[in-house]
Design a binder for this molecule. Structure first.
Ligand SMILES: CC(C)(COP(=O)(O)OP(=O)(O)OC[C@H]1O[C@@H](n2cnc3c(N)ncnc32)[C@H](O)[C@@H]1OP(=O)(O)O)[C@@H](O)C(=O)NCCC(=O)NCCS
Length: 184
């Protein structure tokens, strides 16, 4: 998509990030347990320094402006039980959000698809999981466009989703991606 790209955040982006989070406080708190993504300089600093090797959390940028966030994290970086980590070595968790003034144009679907393809190629991802709070049809629609299906693992008001790649890990290939990850 023209002008759309994924770029990792660094501390120089913190002011823009915090303004974006605070501007979207209501939809962000409504879509999860009520907490916000990092929204002070200290929280942003701590968060950026904790991002792991197979933990991709780039900003979504449109013509150079930060408009949202996508996360694809190896399951060992998410809150998974030891047993599920062992059962799902090629499994990655997916999350996302977008500035409310930029919704309705497919940016998040495109950003997720680009990052998931990157993780398939580079890290042999074979399965993606996510969860959506009941009553968030826009988020469920993102996952459905990407091919996710509802799982039996729904927990309280969170509905579990899963996408299993039909190809085997060895068939995925390991072609490295040169240059920045781009959603264009
Ligand atoms: C959930 C959220 C990211 C969805 O945003 P979104 O803009 O609807 O998602 P996308 O960027 O994929 O865009 C899809 C919309 O663009 C439209 N669209 C236009 N061009 C498109 C394209 N090329 N590809 C896909 N969709 C396109 C779709 O029809 C859809 O619009 P509709 O809902 O009116 O049918 C956003 O509402 C949000 O950030 N909410 C608050 C936080 C949140 O809920 N996060 C998820 C927690 S689980």
């Amino acid at each position: 998509m023209p002008g759309l790209e994924l770029r990792e955040l660094d501390i120089d982006d913190a002011d823009q990030w915090i303004a974006l989070v605070l501007r979207n406080r209501d939809p962000l708190t409504a879509s999860n347990d009520g907490s916000l993504p990092p929204s002070t300089m200290a929280e942003v600093r701590q968060w950026l320094s904790s991002i792991g090797e197979r933990d991709f959390q780039p900003g979504i940028w449109l013509d150079g402006e930060l408009i949202g966030h996508v996360m694809v994290s190896h399951i060992s970086h998410a809150r998974a039980s030891e047993q599920s980590k062992a059962e799902m070595p090629g499994s990655f968790g997916v999350g996302y959000w977008l500035d409310s003034v930029h919704t309705g144009r497919g940016y998040v679907t495109e950003a997720c698809r680009t990052l998931m393809d990157y993780v398939r190629r580079e890290f042999g991802a074979t399965q993606f999981v996510s969860a959506v709070k009941e009553g968030n049809p826009k988020s469920a629609a993102v996952l459905e466009r990407l091919g996710f299906e509802v799982t039996q693992n729904s927990n309280g008001e969170m509905i579990g989703y899963r996408l299993v790649d039909p190809r085997s890990e060895t068939a995925l290939g390991r072609t490295p991606v040169d240059g920045p990850i781009s959603a264009t």
